[in-house]
Design a protein around this ligand. Structure first.
Ligand code: COA
Length: 336
């Protein structure tokens, strides 16, 4: 518990980029047996964006560029780029290296981090650790996903949920309170939500092409739902306790945007007003590691976030993985 002012990462810029192509529920109902009404009632999602010409790298780069611009930070000043993604365009080079090249952030070290829908939160925590250890002072943290490429578009249980996009924050080392995060993984629960194998063989070493598999996202929706509504309130309480705060001290709970019923349930279990839980999943679906920074950017650009307000960020997803972090919003001096 460290309440005194010390070195911490402050968000000085945000950015987001979503593909142009809008895919609404009615269009999905044209190729799988579902309906706009069913999808909205069970998930809250109305439409989502899906990549056509955009890529995980191009969206990440644009989101990052916006965050730098708002922060008034030059690409050459960035010391580290962390990209959270579960849908990189390539296994390597990593997305972060391609973003470095696109932005001209020649001095930055970059790597990707995959913790599925918890990815942005875990990348944010990693960046904070580098900053509080005094290693780097200027870090770009991005979540970027092209999940539409991993979805089985014949499976109505999963294809209705996901969308593509990217969000970014620029962290700068400043005086401030260093909040301790709470984060967990449970590999045993992994089979509840899986993505495709990272490597697809065109031809196996022994020449047997029948070993080539086409894999998609698979999910046990009920198990994932139960996991989320149980673990997210617990980890939020844990991070509050850890930092000697109560839920009433928090102005906004920025949760991973998976499903409106999950967000509602978390608010209810914590006995908090749903108004403190902003949502934009109606527009974008579940964009996995991009959902928290896309929402943060929206709240920032709309002027919803005010100087000194306290936010809880909470992520959860495949792994299984889940976690929560606290931050204090600073505004009005983005370019200083
Ligand atoms: N349209 C219409 N019917 C659908 C459907 C769809 N898109 N998807 C499933 N159904 C049907 C099922 O086939 C089932 O029919 P049956 O009763 O005839 O067998 C019925 O609806 C109920 O299915 P079920 O899976 O029990 O629905 P649900 O209420 O659990 O809702 C999810 C399904 C996926 C919306 C829900 O489980 C969920 O949101 N889970 C969490 C998923 C998530 O957030 N994952 C990412 C976490 S990071």
């Amino acid at each position: 518990m460290n309440k005194e002012q010390t070195i911490t990462g402050i968000i000085r810029g945000t950015g987001a980029c979503v593909p142009k192509r809008v895919l609404d529920n009615n269009e999905i109902a044209g190729f799988v047996d579902t309906s706009d009404e069913w999808i909205q009632e069970r998930t809250g999602v109305k439409r989502r964006r899906i990549v056509e010409s955009e890529t995980t790298v191009s969206m990440a780069s644009e989101a990052g560029r916006q965050a730098l611009e708002e922060a008034g930070v030059l690409p050459e000043e960035v010391e580290m780029i962390l990209v959270a993604t579960g849908s990189a365009d390539r296994v390597f080079p990593c997305t972060a290296c391609q973003v470095q090249e696109a932005l001209g952030a020649v001095g930055a070290v970059g790597f990707d981090l995959n913790a599925a829908c918890s990815g942005f939160l875990f990348a944010y925590n990693t960046a904070q650790a580098y900053i509080s250890a005094g290693i780097y002072r200027t870090i770009l943290v991005i979540g970027s996903e092209s999940l539409s490429r991993l979805v089985d578009w014949t499976d109505r249980g999963t294809c209705i949920l996901f969308g593509d996009g990217a969000g970014a924050v620029l962290l700068r080392a400043e005086q401030g309170r260093n909040y301790r995060p709470a984060a967990h993984s449970d590999g045993k629960g992994g089979p509840a939500l899986t993505g495709p194998g990272a490597v697809t063989r065109i031809r196996s070493i022994d020449g047997d092409s029948s070993k080539t598999k086409t894999e998609y996202i698979t999910m046990n929706g009920k198990d994932v739902f139960q996991f989320a509504v149980r673990k997210v309130p617990q980890v939020i309480q844990e991070v509050l306790d850890e930092n000697e705060l109560s839920a009433e001290d928090i102005d906004w709970f920025v949760l991973h945007q998976a499903n409106a019923r999950i967000v509602d349930s978390v608010a209810r279990r914590l006995r908090l007003d749903i108004e403190k839980f902003p949502m934009n999943l109606q527009e974008y679906g579940n964009t996995s590691s991009a959902s928290i920074p896309i929402l943060l950017n929206e709240l920032n650009r709309k002027g919803v976030l005010r100087e000194g307000q306290k936010l809880v960020l909470a992520g959860f997803g495949a792994g299984l993985s889940w976690g929560a972090s606290i931050l204090e919003w600073k505004s009005g001096s983005k370019t200083k």
